[in-house]
Each structure stands twice: as C-alpha cells, then as structure tokens.
Design a protein around this ligand. Structure first.
Ligand code: ATP
Ligand code: MG
Ligand code: FE
Length: 337
C-alpha cells in the first residue's frame, strides 16, 4: 500500500510517499529555518502562516517526484501531535480535505512514533531492502523537544522507560549554541565548532541519575554558562571550539551510557537512535563504533523532521486496521504509549 504522509508539527512543512511502510518513493521538506533564525527559535504564528503558504505545493511535489497521482494513494497519514497547535491543524486539515475528496482512510500519527519509524525507511531504488530493526528494540529518541528511552516490544507497542527531567538534548544544544554566540539551530553549529576543539579542554558535569532511566541536561547547560561568564569576567576570549567539543562529548557520553545500560537490562535485540540529535556525528560514531548491539540510525536526511517517517508509521497503523474519523483533532501534548 502507498501512504501519503504529511508533517507540519513545527517549522518544517513536509510531504512524502512511502510504499509498504519502508520504500521511500519521495520526500519533500521545506524548512523555515532561515525565517526563524532571526528570532533565535521557532515563532509559532509565523510557522503556521508559512505552512499554509507552502503545504499545497509540497504535497504536489511529493506526488510528482513519486510519479503518482492522488488516485494511486491508499491512505493519508498526518502528524496529529505533539507539536505547535497552530501548525498541526494546517497539516491535519489538509489531510482531512484530501481524505474526503479521494475517499481515502485517514490516519493520525504521533510525531515521536514517526521519528522511530524513520529507521525502517530505505530508498525505493535500493537493490535489496535492508533488514528492519528487530524486537525487542531499545529506542533512544533525541530531538528538539524530547529525550526518551523507549522499549519497543512489537510494532506499535511502546513502553516508556524514562525521559528528560528538564531540557531535551536538542534544546540543550540550541541553548548552549546561543550562549556561545553560534547561529540557530544550535545542533549543527555546535557540531561544526566542535570539529576544531579539544573535548577534554573543560570537564562539564554528567548527570547520571543512577537507578532511573531519566536524563537531565540543565546542570550541564548551567555549567557551560558559568564557565563562559567566568572567562568573560576575566577578559578572556572564549575558546568556542573547546567549549563546544567539551559540551558535545558530555551529552554523547550521557546518552550512550544510559542507552547501552538499558539495552542490556531489557535484553534488547537492537538499539535504535532517532530524532534531530541523531544527526550528530559524534553521537552516531559513538553508537556505531561498538559491536555489542546492532544499531539502527536513520540517514541524515531523515533524522530531522520529515513526512516519510509519518507515512511509514502510518502504514503500520493502516495494516493494523486503524482508521480515524474525519473530525480528528490535534493533540499538541500527545505522549507516546
Ligand atoms: P520533537 O521531535 O521533539 O517534536 P523537533 O521536531 O523540533 O522536536 P527535530 O526536528 O527532531 O526536533 O530535531 C531538531 C533538533 O535537533 C534541534 O534541537 C537541533 O539543534 C538538533 N540537531 C539537528 N542536527 C543536529 C546535530 N548535527 N547535532 C546535534 N543536534 C542536532
Ligand atoms: Mg524543526
Ligand atoms: Fe521532530
């Protein structure tokens, strides 16, 4: 079955077509990052206005690139939450309109579940499909708004083990970038600055929160802030590269240690890392440089927000027989499981 995915939860307007939950026929993402950069973060009203202006063209382009028309589509999957209410309604309303016009099933998808299913995707023209992740699967979801450890027993069967008590990992990257004077979004800026830095230059705290599956990044962020203030008060130039590298290595260490620990305790068959922060090279290398567990991380283009992941997750709900009524509402604070 071919699913058209639509994603407008935050500041990416995206549409994609995926066959049987895995084969990527097309994926189009219009990022608003240049527009929001001037505000240093996402400006919700500007985001929804941008979605309205671009969504039709993006859906058209996704269909065109897949060489398909709406009549070739079997179901519409759309992000229902979590996200910005004013942004979510744009995608959900368009999805409803298409579902009515074409008499197609409508499936509302959790954005976080989408990030997870990004690891199932492969290019439709690949010589052979790669092995999908095996269950039970330990997922680390690291994005702009979330940092969660989730045990996935089966398709669509999630057990949340823990999550961040304060800032999300991506949020920590964004905040630390801002205090180092690096451009938004912070993750890629920190990664770039860290390339020329010494990760041992500063020792920042790692909140271990032993005995729980939770994370905390606010202490680390405050430690960077204190170091910056201290250096500035002594009239020093900020060693941006060293600060970025020392911060990044602390985040990576916290995430990697707890994820492997959980994978062992719950006897997972594999580890999955997804969400915007999974684009981080240091994090990817740390996970991929060991042989203890097979690790699935989506390709860079599918780590940050996209609609292919929504179509993939939507497919697994579709084959489970799930359908949503046309009065489907958005769920801005929707949690997984
Ligand atoms: P959520 O998925 O929790 O609703 P979101 O959709 O806004 O939040 P994503 O698009 O999944 O978040 O990810 C964006 C986040 O990923 C930002 O915080 C950004 O800084 C971070 N990020 C992107 N690339 C990198 C990178 N290379 N290194 C570290 N962080 C990164
Ligand atoms: Mg975004
Ligand atoms: Fe996201």
């Amino acid at each position: 079955a071919r699913v058209l995915g639509i994603e407008t939860s935050c500041d990416e307007t995206a549409a994609a077509v995926v066959e049987n939950g895995r084969a990527l026929l097309s994926s189009v993402v219009a990022s608003q990052v240049d527009i929001h950069a001037q505000y240093g973060g996402v400006f919700p009203e500007v985001a929804s206005r941008q979605h309205i202006q671009t969504i039709y063209a993006i859906v058209d382009e996704a269909l065109q690139r897949a060489h398909l028309g709406l009549s070739d589509i079997d179901a519409i999957a759309v992000t229902r939450g979590p996200g910005l209410a004013g942004s979510l309604v744009i995608g959900v309303n368009l999805a409803k309109g298409l579902a009515i016009a074409q008499n197609l099933p409508l499936i509302g998808v959790n954005h976080l579940e989408g990030h997870i299913y990004s690891a199932w995707l492969y290019p439709a023209d690949a010589p052979s499909p790669p092995q999908p992740p095996e269950f039970p699967l330990l997922a680390l979801l690291v994005s702009g708004g979330h940092t969660e450890l989730i045990l996935i027993h089966q398709h669509l069967e999630y057990q949340r083990l823990g999550g961040t008590l304060d800032d999300a990992a991506g949020e920590a990257f964004d905040k630390v970038a801002r205090l180092l004077g690096l451009p938004y979004p912070g993750g890629p800026s920190i990664q770039k600055a860290a390339q020329d830095g010494n990760p041992q230059a500063f020792t920042f705290p790692r909140a271990r929160l032993e005995g729980t599956w939770n994370f905390s990044f606010s202490g680390l962020k405050t430690a960077v802030l204190r170091t910056v203030r201290d250096l500035e008060s002594r009239g020093r130039n900020l060693p941006i590269a060293d600060l970025a590298a020392s911060f990044q290595v602390a985040v990576v260490e916290i995430l990697v240690q707890k994820t492997f620990h959980a994978a062992k305790v719950y006897q997972a068959k594999a580890i999955l890392v997804a969400g915007g922060v999974s684009a981080n090279e240091a994090l990817r290398n740390a996970f991929l440089s060991q042989r203890e567990f097979p690790v699935h991380i989506p390709p860079l283009s599918l780590c940050t927000d996209n609609a292919a992941m929504i179509a993939a997750a939507g497919y697994f709900h579709y084959i489970a027989g799930e359908r949503h009524p046309l009065n489907l509402d958005v769920l801005p604070n929707w949690t997984l499981s």
